[in-house]
Each structure stands twice: as structure tokens, then as C-alpha cells.
Design a protein around this ligand. Sequence first.
Ligand code: NAP
Ligand code: MN
Length: 267
Amino acid sequence: MLKKSVVITYNDYALSAVIAEQLKEKLIRAEFAVHHHFVGDEALIFTIGGDGSFIKTIHDFNFPSIPIVGINTGHLGFFQEILPEQLDLFIENYQKQNYTLQEILPLQATVYIADKRFIIKSLNEIVLRSYLGKTVHLNLSINGNFIQCFGGDGLIISSSAGSTAYNYSAGGSIVDPSINTLQITPLAPLNTNAYRSFTSSIISSSTSDIIVSPEEQYRNYISIIVDGVQKHYNDFKEIVVTTHTDPIRVIRMDNYEFWNKVTNKFL
Ligand code: NAP
Ligand code: MN
């Protein structure tokens, strides 16, 4: 038995507000209860906008376990599944349960700042780079094994779902999201007689611990960028990144094909 309560979120594009209103009317006609905030019994979240809106909604709802579906009014819309002109078709398919749920594992990291620590979650990636435009030197270990002291602009640690975002722009590999990986992609690695830094991505299993700690003199100069949102901390000692155990669930229509989306969207 389907629960008929949904929540609609949308970004600040004029078109998104228009689509949100149309969607609301259609859903009410189909006897759904529509909310704009979490009430508690929702069966589905709509996010209207582009990938940025999708990511923001996931963060705003703290990586929810209930299904989410994206309506693309944005530029690329890689996470987004339906177009504004497909609202009726979507509602019909949803009611008939003609869809699949794509489970996506986010990243989870423990950040050590001075004598405190806290947990962050990320859908696409966590980037460590200098916030003053300087070179950074970052000690990288995987599962306690020291890999190298990396020198360069910084490191991207990407989930499989994030592999097509910043990771790809930086020369990283596109990963089929049905394979859970952690991908570490260097940003402008230094390679000289003075410094040796890896130049291509390292892909490790989703259960690995990726441990990055700045060399001591850089502890006040590193930014942590989580899904495009930049934070700066003093006395940043270490970050341990791994995969979160609880997936988010994205509604995909029955014709969804990851590789088809890749070729349509950017190859
Ligand atoms: P944005 O500047 O609009 O994002 C840049 C582009 O990345 C947009 O076209 C966005 O799609 C797309 N995108 C986001 N997640 C994606 C994914 N998983 N697969 C494929 N494309 C994806 O900023 P935003 O919308 O707030 O997104 C934040 C993300 O921007 C970050 O997580 C990071 O991955 C990405 N980013 C990319 C670069 C770069 O490529 N040089 C630099 C910084 C950040 P929409 O147009 O649908 O929003
Ligand atoms: Mn965007």
C-alpha cells in the first residue's frame, strides 16, 4: 500500500517555482498530500532544479532514506530523472509502481580539528585544497598504509556517483554507480626532482579508509569542500573518508541506463 504524502523542494529559478505549482496541483488532484517541509510520513521527495538542487535537498534532509526524484529545470541534471513535461507520466508510473530505486552510497568522513572531531557526509566528493591559492602538501594513507606526501593544488575524494562531476573535470574516471568505489584524483600534482606526486586517479574499495593529513605547517591553510560548499578551519589535523553505510534512493524510470545518460549528457 503506497503512502500518499510527498514533499516538494525547488531551487530559485523562476521555472522551478512554476513547475512546483503545476506539480502540486496535479498531485492534489491525484489525492496526494503535498508538503514543503518534512512532516514525517512522506513516501517521496521531489527536488526541482539541477544537480545542485538535488545535492542541496539531500543535505537539507540529512541524507534521507525515503526515495527522491529530480525534475530537471537546471543545466545538466545528471541526478535528475524527469523533465517538466513528464509530470503526468511520472505520477501515473509512480502510482503503478513502474520505477526502480537506484541506491547511492554517499561518502562519510571524520574531520579532526584541533582537539575536536566531527562527522560530515557528502554525495559527490570531498575536496582538500589550499584556500589561499598556495601549494598544499598532504600525507595520504589508505587503510593505515602510507602512500605518499602529495604536493599540488589538492585532492578530490569522490564517490562513484560523484565520478561524473568535479572528478571527471580533473581527469578522473567515470565509474558505473553500481560499483561502489572511493576515487582519489589529484589536482595539478607536483612532479619534479623535489616532489613526486601521483598523476592519475587511485581507485580503492568503498570500505577503505582514505586518510589525509596536512603537513604541520599547512594545518591553517586547507579548505574542505563538501559537494561544492567550502569550509575553512584552523588546526585541521586529519580527515578519514570512507563510504557511508546507508544509501540514498533515487527514483529511476524503467528505461534508465547509466551509460546512456553519460553519452547523452556529456560524451
Ligand atoms: P555547479 O557549478 O552548477 O556544478 C557544476 C556542474 O556539475 C553542473 O553542470 C552540475 O549540474 C554538474 N554536476 C553536479 N553533480 C554532478 C554529478 N554527480 N554528475 C555529473 N554532473 C554533476 O554547482 P552545483 O550544481 O552546486 O554542484 C556542485 C558540484 O559542482 C560539486 O559537487 C562538484 O562536483 C562540481 N564542481 C565541478 C567543478 C569542475 O568541474 N571544475 C568545480 C567545482 C565544483 P547542474 O547543471 O544540473 O547543476
Ligand atoms: Mn548547478
